[in-house]
Design a protein around this ligand. Structure first.
Ligand code: DGJ
Length: 572
């Protein structure tokens, strides 16, 4: 071959290799950016404004037909929907992806993306979505047992044939999705199983499980602990420390005997048995994810039924699930799983989200109780925790006009790019107020900011407004976009700004605009001044209460959230 030909071939190979790399890079993936991790879809950071469908909705293509349009009307950009092992592989080795194709078609028609839920060996701990050929063969696909030897409904994580069959089916599913969807990227993430874990027993007591529990802790876990010493989650670190940081031994030698604390729900009862159980669920599900990723390596996560006040012990809540203090075990045993995430039906949403926001574990809320509270909490979760997504459960139950998430997503769609730009920078604060917490205070952009429940608009104060109800809930975001400049998103709350350093000058408003973003660019809808503005003078600036600037949202006739841009100046 002459040199010219060689050079030509080299160029062709390099182009082919570069486009392969580009293709690889461009599939949905997670990307670390400074202190935060973003979900990248088609090359751009993407916020999931999601909604999870009821469990059985996607088992009928015709049933789903009108729902896709409803999702669009709710301003959802991503639908979170189940794919069922029993319907994908009704006969062993024979796959049917008709329903999956109908989901892709339904979502694409409305320009929606999908996160798929792999309802397979376990759903809410139980094994109800496995195909009949698994259900009817307990010899090959064994069930877990409790301490008294009673067989449980739940498949055992020690069933090697079960893990192989589940992983094979998921691999086939991901191959299909890759083949029909990698270009369009309708499917952007996958959840492996659903809320796994054992009920009634902190661990499995089959012969295989007993033998494993009394054997040495697997080398891969020991190696992970040793190589991450000093960087482990505090709960695991303190347990390991209490037992002398042993580098080998049985589960009870390394982590101690399980203790049960009946009094405090937050303590880690049955921890050793729970960690053992987590390890085996993680091994199983890590294998499923790994096989799927061989075909299509989009982000994959697991979701948790939470430990909570009324169900405080592993076994009351599913033991072995992705509870936050078990994060290291998931990382060690299931590296193909990118994130562990909470399903939130408890009242203390903030505590829960904080528990899951750990180094390298981006926050995604695959399920949260729907309604007006969560529709307001969404702002706080996105702004305070750089969440990659949020998704009320049972999104197909209510009509778009009746669901408060419709308005939340309407405004969040406009400011998604702005939120993305400010993630991880310390320039954004989330606001959530209710009648029990009427004020919130924080520092931002050189000011102490106080957020108060109630619009406090001039019309409301002066009694001009018609039918104005007292605000009982408010959610929003405040972003510091430049020196003395802020963008606030929300309604039904007001803000005051007190300079952290008083310089003898007096604050006043330079401008106060209501607007929106079109293709990422600010567009002013109207300038707010006079009655609708901060007013300057006595309306907006508290000459009586000190040198503070204030911001009030104008109530909108249809209850929409506003986006306002506001700049403070000083005179002397
Ligand atoms: C949590 C589960 O993950 C969902 O599939 C659903 O069952 C909800 N609970 C509410 O019922």
């Amino acid at each position: 071959m002459n040199n010219m030909k060689k050079a030509g071939l080299l160029i062709i190979f390099s182009i082919a290799a570069a486009s392969l790399v580009a293709q690889q890079y461009l599939i949905p993936h997670l990307e670390k950016k400074g202190n935060t991790t973003q979900l990248i879809v088609q090359g751009k950071p993407f916020l999931i404004l999601g909604g999870e469908l009821h469990n059985s909705s996607t088992s009928g293509a015709a049933y789903m037909q009108p729902i896709w349009e409803q999702m669009k009307k709710k301003n959802v950009n991503t639908v979170i929907a189940a794919v069922y092992w029993e319907l994908v592989e009704p006969q062993e080795g024979r796959f049917d992806f008709t329903l999956v194709d109908s989901m892709l078609a339904g979502a694409r028609k409305q320009n929606l993306r999908l996160v798929i839920l792999w309802f397979a060996s376990w759903k809410n701990g139980y094994s109800m979505y496995v195909p009949s050929w698994i259900k009817n063969n307990s010899d090959k696909y064994p069930r877990a047992k409790d301490k008294n030897g009673k067989t449980l409904q739940q498949l055992s994580t020690f069933g090697e044939a079960t893990a192989a069959a589940d992983a094979r089916a998921f691999k086939a599913l991901m191959k299909h999705i890759h083949d029909v969807d990698a270009k369009k990227q309708t499917v952007i993430m996958a959840q492996i199983e659903n809320e796994v874990g054992l009920f009634y027993s902190p661990r499995d007591y089959t012969a295989a499980a007993n033998k494993s529990f009394n054997s040495t802790v697997p080398a891969e876990l020991m190696q992970y602990l040793t190589s991450h010493k000093g960087k482990l989650q505090p709960e695991l670190d303190s347990l390991w420390k209490q037992n002398g940081y042993k580098t080998a031994g049985t589960w009870e030698e390394v982590f101690g005997k399980s203790v049960v604390d009946e009094k405090n729900w937050q303590t880690l009862s049955y921890l050793t048995e729970e960690l053992f159980t987590v390890y085996h669920y993680a091994k199983f599900m890590g294998k499923v994810a790994e096989e799927g990723k061989k075909e299509y390596a989009i982000p994959m996560y697991v979701n948790a039924w939470l430990k909570q006040p009324l169900t405080p012990k592993p076994g009351n809540y599913p033991s072995g699930g992705p509870i936050p203090h078990t994060l290291d075990v998931w990382r060690a045993a299931a590296p193909a799983i990118d994130m562990i995430e909470p399903d939130i039906y408890v009242d203390d949403v903030f505590y829960t989200v904080e528990q899951y926001h750990r180094e390298g574990n981006p926050v995604f809320i695959p399920e949260i109780k729907p309604g007006i509270r969560s529709a307001n909490q969404a702002f706080w979760i996105f702004a305070e925790h750089d969440a990659i997504g949020f998704s009320p459960f049972g999104i197909d139950e209510s009509k778009p006009d009746d669901d408060p998430i419709t308005k939340t997503y309407f405004v969040l769609r406009q400011v998604s790019d702005l939120i993305i730009q400010h993630q991880g920078k310390g320039t954004m604060k989330g606001i959530f107020l209710d009648t029990a917490h009427r004020t919130q205070s924080f520092e931002l952009g050189g000011y102490r900011v106080e957020a108060k429940l109630g619009s406090g608009s001039f019309a409301e104060l002066a009694g001009f407004s018609v039918g104005q109800k007292k605000s009982e809930l408010a959610g929003g975001i405040l972003i510091n976009t430049g020196k003395d400049e802020f963008i606030a998103i929300g309604k039904d709350y007001n803000l005051t700004f007190t300079p952290l350093q008083q310089d003898g000058k007096t604050l006043d408003v330079e401008y106060f605009d209501e607007g929106t973003f079109v293709n990422g660019k600010w567009v002013t809808i109207r300038r707010l001044n006079g009655d609708e503005g901060t007013g300057g003078g006595d309306y907006g600036f508290g000459f009586k209460t000190g040198n503070v600037a204030s911001l009030k949202f104008q109530p909108s006739a249809n209850g929409d959230y506003s986006i306002v841009k506001f700049k403070i100046y000083r005179y002397w």
